[in-house]
Write a protein that binds this ligand. Structure first.
Ligand SMILES: O=C(O)CCC(=O)C(=O)O
Ligand SMILES: [Fe+2]
Length: 352
């Protein structure tokens, strides 16, 4: 093995610590009260809502069990992902993304301008997805992002579509619980997503890496959307920055659980009551690893700002409104290739 390409090397202060701390305490929340009661009967859900609220406040991350997503579907999609990535680079590049059409395969993603040790396949939940042409505030034109259909495995697209439907169902349930935990109407968030959400699903493949002390599968970052629902395989590697002491702690794989995290949009909607937490993925020198995050994103025309019910004179709004579609377009462009400027972040909209 030759020298590592410098594009992959993390600055010394961001390199992974090989002697990891086990995450004690990422809450595991049993969602079975949801299947036994409907959210229209909030009293039956009080305990659950409280657990969700504390997890969002104290960790920004939690795992859910009894979530209703069939295990067989999860196994099928994991297997399909393995089959897709096992193909030659030439085959995968037939469904490659480019700057204009950001869905499909690529292996050159950068997080904070350092290259990630991974390859990826992205697929929009809605096909087509409506999105602004550019991040220029004065440009009102809207375009469509469409999906690419890999030829192999043959039923990949159908499995993805079935799985995305389950991810959407779970996202809506979680948003209802989060709304209740903030004292809001359970359907408060629905209008931001219905029909024209910009959500997407990502297939991550982290090949074995001979330099696990220098590189990361995904560098430290916060998720920009509302919620992320992550399936990770049994290898493990996800690390979360624990709010209590700012230490990196590992989230151990749990076979049938999903890992949920609050994204930047919930941080803004809740006016910082719930914070989006930094996380990253380690690579492994021996084993390859697969993960599948679903990013629940609102409609492109959503103006993201703290909810009126959650601000008052004593707790004034901490953010200026921003347009989600413009934010997303700008973000996608900068993840695609190394740039010399910092990525757009929600703190750019923070009211000092
Ligand atoms: O693979 C993982 O465990 C995390 C991936 C992630 O954080 C992301 O894709 O945003
Ligand atoms: Fe992430």
């Amino acid at each position: 093995m030759g020298e590592v390409d410098p594009a992959f090397i993390q600055d010394p202060e961001h390199r992974p610590n090989i002697s990891i701390i086990q995450a004690d305490g990422i809450p595991v929340i049993d969602l079975s009260p949801l299947t036994n009661h409907t959210v229209s009967d909030p009293s039956a859900l009080q305990g659950l809502v409280k657990e969700i609220g504390s997890a969002c406040k104290e960790w920004g991350f939690f795992q859910v069990t009894n979530h209703g997503v069939p295990l067989t579907l999860r196994q099928r999609i994991m297997e399909a992902s393995r089959m897709f990535f096992a193909q030659s680079l030439e085959e995968k590049r037939k469904v490659r993304r480019d700057e204009k059409s950001p869905n499909g395969y690529y292996d050159t993603e950068h997080t904070k301008n350092v290259r990630d040790w991974k390859e990826v396949f992205d697929f929009q939940a809605k096909d087509p997805t409506l999105i602004p042409v550019s991040f220029d505030e004065n440009d009102d034109r809207v375009t469509q992002w469409i999906n690419q259909s890999p030829q192999y495995p043959p039923n990949f697209r159908a499995i993805i579509e079935e799985y995305v439907e389950e991810m959407e169902k779970l996202s809506y349930k979680l948003m209802e619980l989060i709304a209740l935990s903030l004292g809001l109407h359970p359907k408060r968030f629905e209008e931001f997503f219905k029909k024209e959400e910009t959500s997407f699903i990502r297939f991550n493949h982290y090949p074995p890496c001979p330099y696990p002390h220098l590189t990361l599968g995904v560098g430290r970052h916060k998720d920009a959307g509302a919620l992320t629902i992550l399936a990770q395989d049994e290898v493990g590697g996800l690390e979360v920055k624990r709010k209590a002491d700012q230490e990196w702690v590992r989230v151990e794989p749990t076979p049938d659980a999903y890992i949920i995290n609050v994204g930047d949009i919930i941080q803004v909607w809740s006016n910082d009551a719930y914070e989006s937490v930094e996380h990253r993925a380690m690579v492994n020198s021996e084993k390859e690893r697969f993960s599948i995050p679903f990013f629940f994103f609102p409609t492109h025309y959503t103006q993201v700002k703290p909810l009126e019910e959650l601000v008052n004179e004593r707790n004034p709004s901490r953010y200026r409104p921003y347009n989600w579609g413009k934010f997303l377009v700008r973000r996608k462009g900068s993840n695609f290739k190394k740039q010399n400027v910092e990525n757009i972040q929600i703190y750019h909209f923070k009211i000092a």
